[in-house]
Design a protein around this ligand. Structure first.
Ligand code: AMP
Length: 279
């Protein structure tokens, strides 16, 4: 497995492989890898001749300075994991390599970014779009893999690719969970033992909502689940809602003509966790 830090070498290597007729799959990550990330890599390996993983903690998508500073960085372990998993190339640039000058781009994703993460983390999706566009220009993949864990991000990337006419197929992959249901996340290692015990309640709550589809008013079901979660120590729900999974428009009725998904963001102590479930 090759590990490259510069844009020039990475682009040249990938252009050469593509020149040999190889298909390229790409998995962008911020490192601190877990089985969720590896599931994307597995998909890429099964679909493509060559799989590239990027590891870059993208500063411009963090709206919270402490979260950026405390984000786990485990590059050496990550590279060992990726090598064992069959990755061909790791692109691990520095911040200066990715952002040699001031970031000027400003994207507008309309209603897709005015809800949930977009509403609660100002600038977050612009930062995501800027880095993903640059990474796509460097890695020039045929296919790129994103987790449904960050469902709104997946929709934003699909929209970005459409807006910019980028020749890459975006593939969404299911959420990988711990045995107790907690969605895997690089931030989970920052939970205390107490918090980690409580964390599966987040998924439990989404499952409770799924079990009540069609029974009782949407807002009443959400209010009751939110109240139960907020009564647990350390939990502070930021949002819990049901939305149309295509438009991300919040719904207030169990509209059977729409594909619905429940979405949650919650603080557990200092750590902000997100999850979602098709209902
Ligand atoms: P991150 O390193 O958090 O930026 O995530 C990199 C990619 O892995 C994103 O497309 C995430 O949606 C995806 N991902 C993160 N956690 C999971 C998970 N538990 N299951 C599936 N995909 C995930």
């Amino acid at each position: 497995m090759k590990i490259l830090e510069t844009i020039k070498e990475t682009k040249e290597t990938i252009l050469r492989l593509k020149g040999e007729g190889k298909s390229v799959g790409f998995v962008p990550t911020m490192g601190a890898l877990h089985e969720g990330h590896l599931s994307l890599l597995e998909e890429s390996i099964s679909d493509n001749d060559v799989s590239v993983v990027s590891i870059f903690v993208n500063p411009i998508q963090f709206n919270n300075k402490a979260d950026l500073e405390k984000y786990p960085r485990t590059l050496e372990d990550d590279c060992n994991i990726l090598d064992d998993a069959g990755c061909d190339l790791v692109f691990a640039p520095s911040v200066d390599e990715m952002y040699p000058g001031k970031v000027q781009e400003h994207y507008d994703f309309g209603d897709l970014e005015r809800v949930m993460e977009g509403a609660h983390r100002p600038g977050h999706f612009n930062g995501v779009a800027v880095v993903v566009k640059r990474l796509f220009e460097i890695c020039i993949p045929h296919r790129a893999y994103f987790g449904e864990k960050d469902y709104q991000q997946l929709r934003i990337i699909q929209s970005l690719v459409e807006m910019e006419n980028m020749p890459v197929e975006i593939i969404g992959c299911p959420i990988v969970r711990e045995d107790d249901g907690l969605a895997m996340s690089s931030r989970n290692v920052r939970l205390s033992a107490e918090e980690r015990k409580i964390a599966p309640s987040i998924y439990q709550s989404l499952k409770n909502i799924r079990g009540q589809v069609g029974n009782g008013a949407v807002n009443e079901v959400l209010r009751s689940e939110k109240e139960k979660l907020n009564s647990l120590p350390g939990i502070k729900v930021e949002y819990l809602l049901i939305a149309d999974e295509d438009t991300l428009e919040t719904v207030n009725t169990w509209d059977e003509t729409k594909k619905l998904r429940a979405f949650i963001a919650t603080f557990l102590g200092e750590i902000r966790l997100i999850d979602n479930l098709k209902v």
